[in-house]
Design a protein around this ligand. Structure first.
Ligand code: HPA
Length: 285
């Protein structure tokens, strides 16, 4: 067996063992929480919390504000279970792309079918303000690499996966409905990922703006490519934590990004809770 598959199977075996020990049902949905957006996980009923460091071969996050655990949560209204990745590892931390998407792939082996991914991003679109939410309509991979490089793992998908309709229209429409219902305005746009960890220069932001990008960040795209490779239904939400370089009147700081995310926490949690409930009830189908 491919060495990568061996590692993924060791990790999925470990997790499924813990799930079976408690006679829990394996979820079909995964939600990944971005920078500073982790407190949503504090409000949910946790059936299981697995620190990444206990998962065989799993990398661990090194950034502040990323707790680094996998939570099996129960959604109270539908009674269904879902996974939460509370914290993720980033390419800029020095991990390989294989490591960046490791836990996601492990959960794909354990049967997830839907993926909701969230992140904090800089606003490129001049109509966006810090504190806005953006439904990701499409992305631009400007990381200079791709998580599918290397011998294809046929267990997940084909060598040259199509990326035409990566973000589910049905899930985006449902998310818009939730935004209307909760009176949280949601923007929509294109997310561009670079490798980081330096923030962009104003010239880079001008270039990205001309390319059609509305928000910029340092995550999400690798996971989404891997999810689409494996045929998952994907929804993405960016929290606009700051205006991007050159658009912002002040320099960008990680502290500003985290503080603004913390301020939006309540709205974000309400949005996620209702969206997850409806997705688990199959309202996106
Ligand atoms: N650039 C890149 N990543 C980010 C930003 C930004 O301005 N804000 C939050 N994540």
């Amino acid at each position: 067996m491919d060495e990568r598959m061996e590692k993924l199977k060791a990790a999925s075996g470990y997790i499924s063992g813990l799930v079976a020990e408690k006679s829990l049902k394996l979820p079909q949905l995964l939600v990944t929480l971005g920078s500073g957006l982790g407190t949503f996980a504090q409000g949910v009923e946790k059936l299981l919390a697995i620190p990444y460091r206990e998962i065989p071969h799993s990398p661990q996050s090194t950034v502040d504000g990323h707790a680094g655990q996998l939570v099996l949560a129960r959604e109270p209204k539908s009674g269904e279970n879902f996974w939460i990745m509370q914290g993720r590892v980033h390419f800029y931390e020095g991990y390989s792309m294989f490591e960046v998407v490791f836990i996601l792939r492990t959960l794909i082996l354990l049967g997830i079918k839907k993926f909701i991914v969230t992140n904090a991003a800089g606003g490129i679109n001049r109509y966006f303000n810090a504190g806005d939410f953006m439904i990701i309509r499409d992305h631009i991979n400007f990381m200079g690499t791709n998580p599918l490089i290397g011998k294809n793992l046929d267990e997940f998908g084909t060598r040259f996966p199509d990326m035409t309709n990566v973000y589910s229209r049905k899930m985006s429409i449902l998310l818009q409905k939730v935004g209307n219902e909760l009176d949280i305005p949601l923007k929509e746009g294109v997310y561009i990922a670079d490798s980081g960890p330096s923030f962009e220069t104003p010239s880079e932001i001008r270039m990205m703006e001309r390319w059609g990008a509305d928000a910029v960040g340092m995550s999400t795209v690798p996971e989404v490519i891997v999810a689409k490779h494996a045929g998952l239904e994907v929804a993405g939400i960016s929290f606009i934590s700051n205006k991007a370089a050159g658009i912002s009147p002040t320099p960008i700081s990680h502290i500003e990004v985290s503080e603004n995310a913390a301020k939006a926490e309540k709205q974000f949690s309400a949005l996620m809770a209702r969206f997850i409930e409806l997705v688990l009830e199959g309202k996106d189908e």
